[in-house]
Ligand binder design. Structure first.
Ligand SMILES: [Zn+2]
Length: 474
């Protein structure tokens, strides 16, 4: 039997177990650093599968790992499991119907991500057991991808330092290996403190924190013209100092995301944004406190690892979706708007001619495999996998667990995260990742090459963008 067939059989033999792990995590949607139930489910599953479980990594209660084996090489799999606010939705349902009004939901499919990476780790462990292969398999339970950058804190504390290869994935609508980078990001609160006063009777005694926050944003909006065009600066008011116009607001907070293709570029722009805040505080005679919440680095696709992953995907071939999955996809398709279909066409057009993409978007599920292409641009988003990729040669794939055109962070995604389609796509991702692991065991020279490639890019240096004194916060 070929290694491919062995891996397929190993993953298939546990598919019901990991489908249940997925569904259990789906049923307890928790936000970043608060994923206590989900972490418990995943740690129990690791224990059931014969991994040694350690929790509280990097001082984070919901960060954990499962280890099997000993010595080199160390092949790791990254799992996520955090949910998103306000995306509660009934499973496998094609109309918007929250389970709990305003509740959390797995609108980014991280329940799939956590379960699928663990299925891959388990299959690789069993393959090594059956074939008496030396080495270590590690599953990392990484919390708070959406808002807290759990992996960045873990990387800062050296959690990934002894790892040779990191493999991960993200639920998506097509099967391919990520060839693009992602945006580095720093997440910062700007708190302004002023003096309250009756806004009509004694306005001259008040110093408005809200005015300061507004003036800061005006400054940043002028700054936009003078930063690199790829940079993104977005803000939200998280504190406006109350709802009464007749009371001078003595407190206001603006939360900023400052993003750019490289961490150094973010770090160049950040002090300039601080200057806008300082200027605003000066103008309004208010006090400013700058509080970094978190940060993350850009993602560096490792060509050696990504090609091995792409080869594994091509070897396994397209997903053979069941009739049940195809029927479900047809039902979900009815929920898509014209705009959703347009964005589906956009994502397909990267891999096929436009005329074909325009036609195929209506097929809803796309089982094809698109081979790895290294692209020299950053996807318009961020992921804390970036920080792992600075420390360990890393690859991540996308597998079709949802229909093409499914909007990111949406109720449709929550609905599909617990569905026959997600189970089959997750199972597929597990096979590809486990077979990728086998390739590194069988060709140890690839591990050396992957490390050489990473060192050539980073010089072997990783500067964590989160300062040492910043602690993880939900
Ligand atoms: Zn995600």
């Amino acid at each position: 039997m070929s290694s491919k067939e062995k891996i397929i059989n190993l993953v298939e033999s546990k598919k019901d177990f990991f489908a249940k792990v997925n569904d259990d995590v789906w049923a307890t949607p928790e936000l970043g650093f608060l994923e206590f139930e989900s972490a418990k489910t995943l740690m129990k599953a690791l224990d059931d599968q014969g991994f040694k479980v350690e929790k509280g990594l990097a001082g984070i209660e919901t960060a954990f790992k499962g280890t099997w084996g000993s010595g080199k090489p160390v092949i790791s799999f990254l799992g996520e499991f955090d949910a998103l606010p306000s995306l509660s939705q009934e499973a496998s349902c094609n109309v918007k119907k929250p389970v709990e009004e305003g509740g959390n939901g797995h609108g980014c499919g991280h329940c799939n991500l956590g379960a699928g990476s663990m299925a891959a780790a388990t299959a690789l462990k069993e393959y090594m057991e059956e074939n008496n292969l030396p080495g270590t398999v590690v599953y990392f339970g990484c919390p708070a991808e959406e808002s807290g950058c759990g992996k960045t804190f873990m990387a800062r504390e050296g959690v990934f330092d002894d790892v040779d290869i990191a493999l991960t994935w993200h639920p998506g609508s097509t099967n391919s290996v990520w060839g693009m980078s992602s945006l580095a990001n720093i997440v910062v609160f700007f708190h302004f403190k002023g003096v309250t006063a009756h806004a009509a009777a004694v306005p001259h005694l008040g110093r408005s924190a809200l005015d300061a926050a507004e003036l800061m944003n005006v400054g940043v909006n002028f700054l936009r013209e003078h930063v690199i065009p790829e940079a993104r600066m977005h803000y939200a008011f998280t504190e406006v100092g109350g709802g009464a116009p007749n009371v001078v607001q003595d407190r206001a907070t603006v939360l900023y995301y400052i993003r750019a293709p490289k961490t150094e570029q973010v770090m160049d722009i950040f002090p300039r944004v601080v200057k806008c805040a300082e200027g605003a505080a000066h103008m309004t005679e208010t006090e400013l406190t700058v509080e970094i919440k978190t940060a993350l680095s850009d993602y560096i696709p490792n060509d050696v690892v990504s090609r091995a992953m792409s080869d594994a995907m091509l070897e396994i071939g397209p997903i053979e979706f069941s009739d049940e999955a195809k029927a479900f996809a047809k039902e979900m398709y009815k929920s898509l708007t014209e705009a959703d279909l347009k964005s589906g066409i956009g994502s397909l057009a990267g891999n096929m001619p436009m005329e074909e993409a325009v036609k195929r978007v209506h097929e809803a599920i796309i089982p094809d495999v698109f081979p790895y292409k290294r692209l020299n641009y950053a996807m318009p988003g961020s992921t804390d996998v970036g920080d792992v990729s600075y420390v360990v040669p890393t690859a991540q794939l996308s597998a079709a667990t949802a229909i093409i055109g499914t909007p990111g962070h949406s109720w449709q995604q929550t609905a599909q995260s617990k569905s026959v389609l997600a189970h089959e796509g997750t199972n597929y991702a597990a096979k590809v990742m486990a077979l990728t692991g086998v390739k590194f065991l069988e060709n140890p020279e690839l591990i050396v090459k992957a490390r050489e490639e990473l060192n050539a890019v980073t010089g072997g240096v990783y500067n964590c963008p989160i300062p040492k004194d910043v602690k993880p916060q939900p």
